[in-house]
Design a protein around this ligand. Structure first.
Ligand code: UDP
Length: 368
């Protein structure tokens, strides 16, 4: 939004960044081993939206990269999303062939079906397969990731990882898949490099902005521009309708004295006791190094008062939370200058490309 306002409209833009660096949770940097590490967990860019791809390509070259994930289940490593290759690894040959034929007949070769939908099947053998996938891959991982039961989370969350009726082992199936060749931080620094944009780091925006009677104030004066707010809406409105839940993560990084730790960038452990997945960064940009850096993700509740848990990574998608969010949204509409934007401020599970698309759409709406 800063880039759009500055370069299309020629507005002056002040970016108030809470952290000591730009790029938010996309922040990455090379470590001493020459491996690009994503400080806030693995970010793998993928989109089927040409306008998003075209927009970002103005600021970066790309390193072609197709993300692959394995899941350790029942002592085996199987491709995720669960696909026909996974099926043949899990089931004996004859049974796998029969199940494959049924899946293809019912859902069509090359298509995808969510686990929730697959579990609705009337066919007893497919129902058994659906249960196998659900209980071995989704139930425990989801409980650990979200702190609530798989049936309590919005079905769209599980549908992000559908059952795939092909032998395509890629995690995403979008048209464009690549990583910024020099990293996300460089991409964002180029976005912000416009002369009309001033970035101030280590700023608590909430100390400087005030919302009162439909008017936004900045540094003690009535403000006459737009306020793009990307933080938590409940915090902005001082929790007047209560707190919205978020999920946080603890990232444990390890530097290992071996060339590779695992064969895929990410290995999920759906049934591990307290972590969900391990990512090995050197796979992403194919960086040569004698050693390797991995990160393990331990999900936890967000707690604004605990420095170990005070980064909100995900809104928690339940009907109750959505209702509470709507109250904040209605309140925010009383401030025409205020534009809540992004995963936190809109309480939505945006992927990176959705976030860019959303910003471009919002900007074009304002333009009109
Ligand atoms: N999921 C799961 N087991 C897995 C992978 C994913 O149960 O091995 C579920 C889980 O609820 C997770 C959701 O599918 O939160 C979406 O997964 P995705 O990999 O898209 O999550 P993200 O990368 O955004 O954390």
């Amino acid at each position: 939004m800063a880039e759009r306002f500055a370069s299309v409209l020629g507005w002056k833009v002040l970016v108030l960044e809470q952290r000591s660096h730009i790029a938010g949770n996309c922040f990455d940097q090379k470590n001493e081993q020459g491996i690009t590490v994503h400080q806030y967990g693995p970010h793998l860019f993928h989109t089927s939206k040409p306008e998003v791809w075209e927009y970002l390509s103005r600021f970066t070259d790309w390193h072609p990269y197709q993300h692959k994930v394995l899941a350790e289940v029942a002592g085996k490593l199987i491709p995720l999303p669960f696909n026909l290759n996974s099926l043949h690894l899990v089931y004996p040959a004859e049974q796998a062939i029969a199940l494959e034929a049924k899946l293809l007949a019912l859902y069509g070769a090359g298509n995808k079906v969510s686990i929730t939908k697959l579990r609705e099947t009337d066919d007893p053998e497919l129902a058994e397969l659906a249960d196998w996938i659900y209980y071995n891959i989704f139930v425990n991982y989801t409980m650990r990731q979200w702190g609530i039961k798989a049936e309590e989370i919005a079905p769209e969350v599980l549908a992000r990882v559908p059952v795939v009726l092909s032998r395509d082992d890629r995690y995403f199936h979008d048209t464009f898949q690549a990583i910024p060749a020099e990293g996300y931080t460089v991409l964002i620094s180029r976005l912000l490099a416009h002369q009309n944009i001033e970035v101030q780091l280590k700023q608590n925006a909430l100390d400087r902005i005030k919302l009162e009677n439909g008017q936004v104030w900045l540094d003690g004066k009535p403000f006459n521009g737009k306020l793009i707010y990307t933080g938590m809406l409940d915090q902005l409105f001082v929790y007047q309708f209560g707190e919205l839940p978020y999920r946080s993560l603890q990232f444990v990084f390890r530097q290992l004295d071996c060339p590779y730790f695992q064969t895929a960038t990410t290995v999920n452990y759906p049934n591990a006791p307290d972590f969900t997945r391990i990512t090995e960064f050197k796979h992403i940009l194919a960086e040569p190094s004698d050693s390797t850096t991995i990160v393990t993700e331990y999900p936890q509740d967000y707690d604004k008062n605990d420095p170990e848990r005070n980064i909100p990574y995900y809104p928690v998608f339940t009907a109750d939370n959505q209702q509470r969010f709507e109250k904040y949204k209605i309140l925010s509409a009383q401030y025409p200058q205020l534009i809540p934007l992004g995963r936190l401020a809109e309480y939505k599970y945006f992927n990176m490309d959705d976030a860019v698309d959303n910003a471009l759409i919002r900007f074009n709406t304002i333009l009109k």
